[in-house]
Design a protein around this ligand. Structure first.
Ligand code: CP
Length: 324
């Protein structure tokens, strides 16, 4: 595999999930695969889980890791072709991507949506330009419109906790005081469509995700109705795609409560974290046995490790058919 930038790079979710579960049982099985290889982790935005779990994954594979916070520490990058760079930007992505390629064997990038201009965000300027100009594989650690490492994690976690042939999975919008991107929700929707599940999305009117992503997934505007008999409730805020970046008004009652969870089939509560307690979800839910958010965070390592393994395997020195 060259790049991992989208859920669409997964050829079989069921197979990848099984492979990740096997890695979780024996995380050091490939501890020499990344020997003498270096991954660069470049962050344009904050992170706890992605930063540490991707490092952990790389270390489990024997890789060297370099981490850079670009915002505030790197040069301000220019992305426009032919730009006259006499204003705020100091370095063009053409050079930056090629330079990083001299130091690293894989580059992982986090660059969120700015939520100012929908067309610009959905063009994935940062990610696509690094893919265009770098000469090494690129991994998406959450871009403007997708978070495929999180989505793979979520598929692993659902599979591990599933007891049914076809579980009911609900993606529920929840309130948040700040405008958040649609990336996590987009990738979750994409991956659940590749799983054997009854899938429902619930959100207030006006918070529809991009139709090209949700396709035929039913949308239920009555949150409690959507929760009925759910086996998994995946909760995430996103700002409006239609009224781009708006957070809505008087939507506090979309918070996830114990009463709402009681409508489910002893459903599991999932969230990618970080989560705002008693705004997005009540303490009573997050602290209950229904919550599997810490296991989700744990699985970030094995999702990242599987992705890095798939990228590293063709790069590893070969002798005959043996990977040394
Ligand atoms: N879920 C997730 O991506 O967490 P971080 O933003 O802390 O990396």
């Amino acid at each position: 595999m060259k790049n991992y930038t989208s859920v669409q790079d997964i050829d079989s979710v069921a197979t990848w999930v099984e492979e990740a579960i096997q890695l979780k049982k024996n995380p050091l099985v490939d501890k020499d695969l990344g020997k003498d290889k270096t991954i660069g982790l470049v962050f344009f935005n904050p992170s706890l889980r992605t930063r540490l779990s991707t490092q952990k994954a790389a270390l489990n594979l024997g890789m060297n890791v370099m981490v850079m916070n670009f915002t505030g520490e790197g040069w301000a990058l220019e992305y426009e072709d032919g730009a006259v760079m006499n204003q705020g930007t100091s370095e063009h992505v053409k050079e930056a991507a090629q330079v990083v390629s001299q130091y690293c064997d894989i580059l992982a990038i986090r660059a969120f949506a700015k939520l100012e201009n929908r067309e610009e965000d959905y063009q994935e300027k940062v990610l696509t330009n690094f893919i265009k100009y770098a000469s090494i594989p690129i991994v998406n650690m959450e871009s403007a419109i997708g978070h495929p490492l999180q989505a793979l994690t979520d598929a692993i976690t659902i599979t591990e906790h599933n007891t049914k042939k076809r579980p009911k999975v609900v993606l529920s919008w929840a309130p948040h005081p700040k405008a958040l991107p649609q990336a996590v929700a987009n990738s979750f929707v994409e991956i659940v469509q590749k799983m054997d599940a009854e899938f429902v999305i619930t959100h207030p009117e006006g918070f529809e995700l991009l139709e090209k992503i949700t396709r035929n997934v039913p949308i239920e505007y009555d949150q409690e109705k959507a929760f009925t008999n759910a086996d998994f409730v995946y909760v995430k805020n996103w700002s409006s795609y239609k009224n781009y970046g708006e957070i809505g008004k008087n939507l506090e009652d979309w918070i996830i409560t114990e009463e709402k969870m009681n409508k489910t089939n002893n459903g599991k509560f999932m969230h990618c974290l970080p989560v705002r307690r008693n705004v997005v979800v009540a303490d009573g839910v997050l602290d209950s046995e229904a919550s599997i958010v810490i296991e989700q965070a744990n699985n970030r390592t094995y999702a990242a490790q599987l992705v890095l393994k798939k990228i590293l395997s063709p790069l590893a020195p070969q002798r005959g058919n043996l990977i040394l």
